[in-house]
Design a protein around this ligand. Structure first.
Ligand SMILES: CC(=O)SCCNC(=O)CCNC(=O)[C@H](O)C(C)(C)COP(=O)(O)OP(=O)(O)OC[C@H]1O[C@@H](n2cnc3c(N)ncnc32)[C@H](O)[C@@H]1OP(=O)(O)O
Ligand SMILES: CC(C)C(=O)C(=O)O
Length: 594
């Protein structure tokens, strides 16, 4: 690590990490205990190519929700939930699905039998079943798939890392290799006469296993199973317990990719877990390093912190312009089904699918998103192309939420962190009201006052209520009213007659050569209630299929610049209402001042 910079102090420059400045202290935790057992293995890779590679196409995805995901649930799925999950995965387009650990339970076994006996797996979907390298369990596994017409993969695993060899299995390295090959022979023998059967081997805890030992076992198993390009063997290299930075896993995968003897007859697969929170990074770097197949769970359920999350991996590709080859266009429905089957809820910040991931509360983000949507809309109009087709350039939203079936409405929500952009966006999208910039700023102050006081989020309807209270309600004094007006034209001359009630008295005045708004302001001035109009803006309020005109009027008030509004079916009446309201609010402000 490079040296810390220095900080100028009255006593001269002091290193930034000097105790006086850097207040970090040694923790109370015994970190030294983890140096050996869970240490990264050394990989004899001298040159690495993966850092220069790019993700240009989707790997083969294999969801293991019904096996690795299921074995990590407090309450494993019942048959109905398993079937529903399976059907979801088929509908999403997965072509290879691990459906269970048939020797583990009757439910798992029966589900595989259901696939054999009912017509729930389309012909092009490969069915994977999982087994340890133990004859009785392999027998039961092969039994479960008998009669399935689909391609079938028998997936055998055994842990290979030193601690597992010593502590769990009780076999030194050479004996363990023999145990694995014995399991491999059992698989071969028991699947004789099953031309649809292919084989997969996983050296569990691959990432903690000595590279040359695991390479030797993998080569031995591909030789035993006679891997060939037309009948490849899947070698699945799990990061069963994630312990190192993702670049280390990438090195491990590249090492295998470059050194496997029958590489062209192997489908190189990875199976990352997420103990360090870097399962996604491990999978992505592993694909750069040569992996062709990725096992994971749809939203990352699985042992401890989970299997790698396939939805995130797939949508990361989508966000880089690469077709993920799996359909997440209705992520809400997928999420509902997965939550129902796993009985686990997704975190609101879960990438892509969480409730809050397409929502901005903070003012500057809202402002940028609002501008981004406006620019997007304008560009689509200029190019005469559908908005869903044109290039996406909306700041802070890595993908168009509509791509995955989420609506724009949820994108912006308002609380005390919000600013004018988000507030006006909500009023515009919900009510069709386009607010002028200076009014947006004024309204944001009213909203901020409210959110600071309550600390809660505001809905569009609540914002609308605040808007009405601020600009459309009559002040404490409402002693001016417009009784009537009439405009006539004779010989090209326009004359407007205005009848006002001011302080209980009715006054009628006639104004030549002016339109109704000027006539009204002149009449108000003549009766001691001037309104100094600075600007007028017309917009409309959508109410169902109808719309009302909304006039927004900026005027000089005793306390500075102020806004009032008027609403009516007619634009003119809306404007006159806004002028009268300005006269009354000026009176209220003056009264408040006294
Ligand atoms: C990383 C993974 O996800 S691996 C998959 C883990 N999934 C599961 O365990 C869920 C399903 N498992 C089960 O239902 C049970 O564990 C069964 C049916 C497989 C086995 O049950 P039991 O026979 O009662 O054994 P138990 O689970 O207590 O212990 C496992 C035994 O298998 C051995 N073993 C563990 N993995 C393997 C393996 N891959 N190949 C061969 N033997 C293995 C262990 O050393 C232990 O042997 P021992 O009894 O001689 O000490
Ligand atoms: C054995 C493999 C496939 C596994 O589930 C894991 O390592 O987590």
């Amino acid at each position: 690590m490079s040296a810390f910079p220095t900080i100028a102090t009255p006593a001269g420059p002091v290193p930034y990490d000097a105790p006086a400045w850097n207040r970090q202290r040694h923790s109370q935790m015994p970190s030294h205990r983890y140096r050996d057992v869970y240490a990264r293995v050394e990989i004899p890779l001298t040159e690495r190519e993966w850092p220069n590679c790019r993700l240009t196409r989707a790997p083969l995805w294999v969801p293991v929700d019904l096996r690795d995901g299921n074995q990590a649930l407090p309450e494993p799925m019942d048959p109905a939930r398993k079937q529903r999950f399976f059907e979801l995965m088929v509908a999403m387009g997965y072509k290879e699905i691990e459906v269970g650990y048939p020797s583990a339970s009757q439910t798992d076994f029966d589900f595989v039998r259901l696939i054999a006996e009912a017509d729930i797996a389309p012909d092009d979907v490969t069915i994977v079943v999982f087994t340890p390298a133990r004859r009785d369990l392999i027998e039961r596994t092969v039994e479960s798939v008998r009669g399935i017409a689909n391609p079938v993969v028998i997936h055998m695993y055994t842990a290979t890392a030193p601690v597992w060899r010593d502590v769990v299995l009780g076999h030194p390295a050479s004996e363990l290799k023999e145990l694995i090959l014995a399991g491999g022979r059992d698989v071969l023998k028991l699947t004789e006469g099953m031309p649809n059967a292919r084989f997969e081997f996983s050296p569990e805890v691959f990432n903690l296993t000595e590279p040359d030992y695991v390479l030797d076992i993998c080569d031995a198993i591909t030789t035993l199973w006679d891997a060939a390009p037309e009948r490849p063997v899947i070698l699945n290299l799990p990061a069963t317990v994630e312990i190192a930075t993702p670049n280390v896993y990438a090195d491990q995968i590249e090492y295998m990719h470059k050194n496997l003897t029958r590489r062209e007859s192997v489908i190189l697969s990875v199976h990352p877990h997420n103990d360090r929170g870097t399962g996604i990074a491990c999978a992505e770097l592993a694909v750069l390093a040569g992996a062709q197949r990725v096992e994971g769970c749809v939203f990352g359920n699985g042992e401890r912190t989970g299997n790698v999350d396939i939805a995130t991996l797939a949508l990361n590709l989508h966000a880089q312009g690469v077709d993920p080859m799996i359909d997440f266009s209705d992520i809400g429905e997928i999420r509902r089904t997965v939550e129902h089957c796993n009985q686990l809820e997704l975190h609101p910040r879960h990438p892509y699918a969480g409730d809050l991931v397409h929502t901005a509360f903070s003012g500057t983000h809202q402002d940028a998103i609002k501008k981004g949507f406006a620019e997007h809309h304008a560009r689509a109009t200029v190019q005469r192309r559908p908005e869903r087709e044109i290039e996406w350039r909306v700041p802070y939203l890595p993908i168009d939420p509509a791509d995955i079936g989420r609506s724009y409405d949820a994108v912006i929500r308002v609380n005390s962190q919000s600013g004018k952009g988000g507030i006006s966006y909500l009023l515009e999208t919900r009510y069709g009201i386009e607010l002028p910039r200076r009014l947006q700023i004024d309204l944001a102050r009213h909203v901020q006052y409210h959110t600071d006081a309550t600390g809660t989020e505001l809905s569009a309807a609540q914002l609308w209520a605040i808007f009405q209270e601020a600009y459309l309600s009559d002040g404490t004094i409402a002693d001016v009213a417009l009784m009537s007006y009439e405009t006539t034209e004779a010989g090209g001359r326009v004359t407007t007659t205005v009848t006002l009630r001011v302080d209980g008295e009715v006054h009628t005045s006639t104004h030549s050569e002016t339109g109704p708004v000027e006539a009204l302001t002149s009449a108000l001035a003549a009766h001691g209630r001037p309104v100094d109009v600075l600007s007028l803006h017309q917009t409309s309020i959508r109410a169902g299929s109808d719309s009302d005109a909304l006039t927004l009027l900026e005027h000089r008030a005793p306390d500075g610049i102020s806004w009032t509004g008027g609403v009516d079916r007619s634009v003119l009446t809306a404007t006159l209402n806004a002028v009268i309201r300005a006269a009354n609010s000026t009176a209220s402000a003056l009264a408040g001042r006294r």
